[in-house]
Write a protein that binds this ligand. Sequence first.
Ligand code: PGA
Length: 257
Amino acid sequence: MNGGNSLRTPIIIANWKMYKTRAEAASFCDAFLPLIADNNDVDAVICAPFTQLDVLQNRLSASNVAYGAQNFYPVAEGAFTGEVSLPMLQELGVQYVIVGHSERRELFKEDNALVQQKVKAAYTAGIQPILCVGERLDQREAGETIAHCAGQMLSAMEGLSEAELLTLIVAYEPIWAIGTGKTATAADAQEVISALRSAVAEKYGNTVADAVRFQYGGSVKPENIAELMAQPDIDGALVGGASLKPDSFAQLVNYQK
Ligand code: PGA
């Protein structure tokens, strides 16, 4: 179990971003599944590009690994060239979706209003959102980290029911630590996540705050996962680069072993 509340099952999520062919996704699953087959203590999820979702549906349906998407547009259907809807993801058995990743916010100009709409739409469709928040380096240097991240988080939580809030997953990903090899120290990550949990408690009460699962993301790798997961408020990790190889992602999922 992690250092925190044992009621919160640890959750380790792969964010494959725009990597892998369908054949590579299939061979990843074949190599990965035997390595984590006896691990029922951790929720493991792979969030893949749309073109790989049916491959994951085939390979993972009978396993203890779930799969998710990295994006969608929150309208059921319509003239939205290039977009994919939640009913389309439901058709592929998708259980999770990443919302508000900093790459979507920065490169594709997704703002808090759209993120809020997407979180609610995902819940309504029965797909679990993974809400990402995080500060830029200049915001950290200006001492704005907690206010910025709490603002992103609380805005995205507007309009959710208590039942929805209880299952929320929030990934704290400092932008300066993503893909850079620079990890926030475990103590820094704990400090921010503990402040975010307190912000949830203040607005929604302790029952919700104790149930929300907080992940850290940003250069998580086999060498630093144990220290991060030992922090009392860190319940999981959202992992980019180190999730692309079966051995390395298996070591992350098996961090307790
Ligand atoms: P990284 O990416 O692990 O490659 O830093 C994390 C993420 O962007 O979710």
